[in-house]
Design a protein around this ligand. Structure first.
Ligand code: NDP
Length: 296
């Protein structure tokens, strides 16, 4: 039987709708408007596209968007001073610094200068520690999006075998921690893992965050498993530029029970979760109940 395609685009639209409804309620009941500040240093074209898209979706959900575009030559001290101002600004509930930053700026220092309560990317070391110890934190957007789709697809994740291929700080590790928090039995695989295909074939949930186009084929998939493809790779095929994941969709879909496509799977969920995190940060900052179904 062909795998069910998990439609991330439709799922993300539902998340945005939920966020917009709750933002309207916050405004009506408490006179509060969540605000997201996005800081872009330099002119990386891909980053500019992301920032534009984030700003547009923020406003569409009824939130305030504050964009700070700085020259590539901006000094680290000036960037840190801007972050200090945003930390102190009560109208700003979420701060996102678009990565990568130019080479002369220490990314860790910048991220760890953001107020952890406003760290909607979930990269601040305090949030990493809170998530790693199973406590309430701001959760990185891409893994949060994957978790939401998995929770919607499975009645319970408890006891399922999960393999996460990739151990990066922004995807692999937080994904593994989230699955562990939901009581999966989790294995993290990486470039040194032996017999990766056999390991993956033991997974009820297989998350690919590798950055290698179509590496995970049907041979890596347990029949009926749920496959989440985080990868975004641009390749040339038949003279055209094409977007593909880390999973070879056709062969994996022939074996899996459910699978996310690329494009239209995990990708759209990332910005939707950024909006959800901004709403969560606003609620927490004002001592209000957290939005249901939008947090880990
Ligand atoms: P990184 O390059 O930071 O990490 C890749 C990981 O994959 C590493 O842990 C690496 O292992 C592992 N790896 C590489 N080659 C192999 C291999 N042959 N076998 C097993 N493991 C391997 O990537 P990211 O985590 O940042 O991103 C992963 C993918 O997700 C990329 O395609 C990226 O574009 C995409 N992405 C998508 C997002 C979205 O919004 N949908 C957001 C963020 C990323 P080792 O540590 O040993 O080197």
């Amino acid at each position: 039987m062909a795998a069910e395609i998990i439609d991330g685009k439709a799922f993300a639209a539902k998340v945005r709708e939920k966020v917009a409804t709750q933002v309207a309620r916050l405004k009506a009941d408490h006179g509060l408007v969540p605000g997201l500040a996005v800081v872009l240093v330099g002119e990386d074209p891909a980053s500019q596209v992301y920032v534009r898209s984030k700003g547009k979706q923020t406003v569409e959900c009824g939130m305030n968007s504050y964009e700070h575009k700085l020259e590539a030559t901006t000094s680290e001290a000036d960037l840190l001073a801007l972050i200090a101002r945003l930390n102190a600004d009560a109208a700003v509930h979420g701060i996102l610094v678009q990565l990568p930053l130019p080479g002369h700026i220490n990314e860790d220092l910048v991220i760890n200068t953001i107020d952890p309560a406003k760290d909607v990317d979930g990269f601040h070391i305090s949030n990493v520690g809170l998530l790693g110890t199973g406590q309430k934190s701001m959760v990185p957007c891409t893994p949060l999006g994957c978790l939401m789709m998995l929770r919607a697809h499975h009645a319970s994740l408890s006891g399922l075998n999960a393999v996460v291929v990739g151990r990066s700080n922004i995807v692999g590790k937080p994904m593994a921690n989230l699955l562990l928090k939901d009581s999966c039995t989790v294995t993290i695989a990486h470039s040194r893992t032996k017999d990766l295909a056999a390991l993956c074939r033991g997974a009820d949930i297989l998350v690919a965050a590798v950055g290698r186009p179509e590496m995970i084929t049907g041979d890596y998939v347990k029949p009926g498993a749920t496959v989440i493809d985080v990868g975004i790779n641009r390749i040339e095929r038949d003279g055209k530029t094409k977007l593909v994941g880390d999973v070879d969709f056709a062969s994996a879909a022939a074996v899996a029970g459910a699978i996310t496509p690329v494009p239209g799977g995990v990708g759209p969920m990332t910005i939707a979760c950024l909006l959800a995190n901004t709403l969560t940060a606003t609620c927490r900052a004002n001592g209000l109940a957290e939005p249901e179904g939008l947090t880990a």
